[in-house]
Design a protein around this ligand. Structure first.
Ligand SMILES: NC(=O)c1ccc[n+]([C@@H]2O[C@H](COP(=O)([O-])OP(=O)(O)OC[C@H]3O[C@@H](n4cnc5c(N)ncnc54)[C@H](O)[C@@H]3O)[C@@H](O)[C@H]2O)c1
Ligand SMILES: [Zn+2]
Length: 671
């Protein structure tokens, strides 16, 4: 390689890696696989070693990849938060061990092996046994203060157990989105027609940087801690430090192991290579660390990594195959998603025929052509995805794949709303998959649970002209159903009974089942509890909607749009006339325990520390008080939490409504 060639390659790699880092750390997106990324970085390192004269002083090989975000207060780390050197091969583990022993003049070395959790790094600061600050890694020198968000993570202790902790210390670890939770969130996103989150790691890093802590709290993040730092720590080794953390109630994964030799390290790597499938969280490898803290100090750090540790990464399984074509699916909400149809190929023990392509931008980014050779990979994603295209193997006249401009089902021109990645078919009431999808959504187990109504029956009913929307279900007659193929007396009676039983479903389920965009199961529950009746929900203004707990602008707008549609109103009216529930059923057992609030009415606003808004609501009612949703001159108190809207405060002041805090309120009822 000539110097000129090296210069060009160094420049190109530097540029590309910087841009991948930016996507990864700022936008929580992986444009290439981690393996490809690591290989690019390694190549750059090699070239820089050979041609140091062309090395950019800010080269990504010398810096920790993350960045600091302007939306958070940035905090300088007391001790830099470094990255880890990584490898995918046994030989390099061997080399690492050799380097370590040489650096320690052939002293005896003990290693601790840990799982390499695939989430986001976090540093927690405890003072007097209390959690006072949580900071992201950022660029390694300074990070973002995300304390409010981290406090919502249930297994992170806000107060330590036991005693004898140093006055101030730091503990570092990884915040993760458990796989089950990742799947739950994606199921819910599917319910409301939103694109799924790509993988647990990117979802965790996106979540921890959210501005609204209440949304963070809904996503049940988890955390494992693995590093204790501070002045005047008396522990001699890392394994002692881990034991100490455990005794204080800090969540340490019990999977770590002390190994006296490289053989032990290798056995650990092998064990977890298979066993990791059974973990509730994702790992991307294991970390090997020198145990003795004095030896660590002797070895020291480079500008980017400690010299006393290395990560062994497992490679995601990958396969190459041919792209046959791209088909376009229309969902219940009208969202059109592209799917890659592949020549079947084996990947991680299963045969893969399809891969998700997410949206139009993804097709464009991959620059896909028919018959392309593509790489498919299974990461945290359930459906495999295309991670690369062999563009140089493409024939000259290959046909480029473009996103369709009309609905593949009904031909209507697709629309793309500003700020959204998806294209939609706007023909809500005339597009087959949307019509059937809405009915399927309504009857599913998690909604109205009419299990006698499968998608084949829905198809048949629709084809026979009996059912065009969910309200039509309640007008079905035995005679009509009996005319359908395969229906006898008994199956017909069962179907009608299932429909009849669904009338008992509570309001919050009905609200979810009717399929308002962005109103998933949890959101429907929140809306039902807050507004109590359909009538009140329907009357709610934008301001009143966003006042409801955990309801943001996007949901508020979608609810408003839904009720502005004449078709929806007449359908709701029909459902009401058939006897479906449109009012919350308050449990009668909620006993009244006191009368101290009799004759008083309350508006609750903001975020509270000790009780949720619903709990506060119950406390008011149980003590004889009344909760109302809007301020007026008749309201006795505004129970105000954090982050209350300024307009509400101004209104209360104008009306002369008394404002009380959570603590004052609790005192009032003797709690
Ligand atoms: N696909 C992409 O586009 C892209 C872009 C940038 C970075 N990346 C990936 O991210 C990596 C760089 O990120 P990085 O600097 O955070 O390195 P890293 O994630 O490979 O390793 C360092 C991190 O590992 C974590 N970790 C998990 N378990 C640990 C344990 N038991 N002990 C110590 N640390 C533990 C810590 O958060 C630490 O900061 C790259 O190697 C690449 O794989 C991918
Ligand atoms: Zn259509």
């Amino acid at each position: 390689m000539t110097a000129d060639e090296a210069k060009i390659e160094i420049e190109n790699l530097t540029k590309e890696i910087n841009s991948l880092n930016e996507a990864y750390y700022q936008r929580h997106e992986s444009k290439v696989s981690d393996f490809d990324f690591d290989m690019m970085l390694k190549r750059l390192q090699q070239l820089e070693n050979e041609f140091p004269q062309f090395k950019d002083p800010h080269s990504p090989t010398t810096r920790v990849g993350g960045t600091v975000n302007k939306n958070f207060k940035s905090v300088k780390h007391e001790y830099p938060m470094l990255s880890l050197a990584n490898t995918y091969t046994d030989e390099e583990i061997f080399e690492f061990d050799k380097r370590v022993r040489k650096g320690l003049a052939e002293e005896k070395v003990e290693y601790v092996c840990e799982l390499k959790f695939d989430g986001v790094a976090i540093s927690l600061i405890y003072e007097e046994g209390k959690l006072t600050q949580a900071i992201t890694r950022g660029d390694g020198v300074q990070g973002d203060d995300v304390t409010d968000n981290v406090k919502t993570i249930r297994n992170i202790p806000l107060k330590l157990k036991g005693e004898g902790w140093p006055q101030k210390f730091e503990v570092r670890g990884e915040i993760l989105l458990p796989l089950a939770e990742f799947e739950r969130i994606n199921k819910e996103r599917e319910d409301i027609g939103e694109a799924p989150l790509a993988n647990p790691r990117n979802a965790a890093s996106g979540t921890i940087k959210m501005q609204d802590s209440s949304i963070v709290a809904q996503r049940r993040l988890d955390c494992y801690l693995y590093n204790l730092l501070g002045e005047n720590l008396t522990v001699p080794s890392h394994s002692n430090a881990l034991a100490l953390l455990e005794s204080w109630g800090v969540p340490v994964s019990p999977t770590y192991k002390t190994c006296g030799s490289l053989e032990g390290v290798k056995a650990y790597i092998q064990h977890w290579e298979n066993e990791r499938q059974n973990l509730p969280v994702e790992i991307d490898g294991i970390v090997i660390k020198v145990n003795d803290l004095n030896q660590r100090a002797e070895l020291g750090n480079t500008s980017k990594n400690p010299r006393w540790a290395i990560a062994y990464k497992y490679q995601a399984e990958k396969a190459m195959t041919r792209l046959d074509k791209v088909t376009f699916q229309v969902g219940r909400t009208g969202a059109v998603t592209p799917v890659a149809n592949l020549e079947p190929v084996e990947l991680a023990g299963t045969i893969v025929k399809r891969a998700s392509l997410y949206n139009a931008d993804e097709i464009e980014r991959l620059d896909l052509h028919i018959d392309d050779q593509v790489y498919v990979e299974k990461g945290g994603e359930i459906i495999p995805k295309i991670t690369g295209v062999l563009a140089d193997q493409r024939s000259k006249n290959a046909v480029k794949i473009n996103f369709v401009s009309n609905c593949p089902e009904c031909g209507t021109a697709l629309v793309r709303k500003e700020g959204e990645v998806n294209y939609y078919c706007p023909n809500e009431n005339g597009c087959e998959p949307q019509i059937k999808g809405k009915i399927e959504h309504f009857v599913q187990r998690r909604a109205m649970n009419i299990m006698s109504l499968g998608s084949r029956t829905i198809n048949a009913l629709h084809k026979a002209g009996l059912v065009d929307n969910i309200a039509d279900l309640y007008e079905l007659k035995a005679d009509d159903i009996l005319k359908l193929e395969g229906f006898k007396e008994q199956s017909t009676a069962k179907l009608l009974q299932g429909i009849e039983d669904s009338k008992q479903m509570p309001f919050e389920i009905v609200l979810f089942a009717v399929g308002i965009r962005f109103v998933g199961k949890t959101v429907a529950e929140k809306l039902a509890i807050h507004f109590e009746t359909l009538e009140q929900l329907q009357k709610a203004t934008f301001e009143e909607l966003i006042e409801a707990p955990e309801i943001g602008e996007k949901i508020a707008n979608s609810v408003l749009e839904y009720f502005a549609e004449e078709n929806n109103l007449s359908m709701l009216n029909r459902l009401k006339s058939y006897g479906l529930n449109f009012e919350i059923q308050r449990s009668e057992e909620a006993e009244q325990v006191g009368t101290s609030l009799e004759g008083l009415s309350f508006v609750i606003s903001g975020v509270f520390e000790k009780y949720s808004r619903d709990e506060l609501k119950d406390l008011i009612k149980n003590n004889g008080g009344k909760v109302v949703s809007a301020l007026s001159s008749k309201v006795s108190f505004l129970l105000a939490g954090d982050k209350m809207g300024p307009s509400k405060l101004a209104k209360a002041e104008k009306l002369g409504t008394k404002i009380i805090s959570e603590n004052e309120f609790l005192e009032k009822i003797g709690l």
